[in-house]
Ligand binder design. Sequence first.
Ligand SMILES: [Zn+2]
Length: 144
Amino acid sequence: MMQQIYPVSPHSYAYELNKDFHFAAAHYIPHEDAGKCKVTHGHTYFTNITIVGDDLDDTGFLVNFKAIKDLIHKRFDHEILNKDAAFSDDDATFFPTTEVVARTIYEIVQDYLHTLSNQPVCLQVYLRETPTSYCIYRPKEVGK
Ligand SMILES: [Zn+2]
């Protein structure tokens, strides 16, 4: 995979960890204004997750890279996103658009981080859906 630096807002945390991975998934956007996106189709999503913190855990990690990948890849790879409980065909807030998928990845990762003793937080999720389009989700309040 090509190494890439993603734009991250300035912060004052001591450690910043970035994890890249990709997953293949299908989706459709259940709205009459979605054009061709109404029809089920697939993407290879490229994801970069930025996690920050000031304290390391007992193993010297801010967070385990593999644990972060597993949270998302095991759940969404080779799945139809619309069928996942995180998404809905009835409420646009939960249609699996790039924006909503990025936010959902953030929520899954941040929920996991809350369980860790050293309390790292997710600063942003970068989600590339196609070679020419991506979304960055940054929470309004870090750690919420
Ligand atoms: Zn699509």
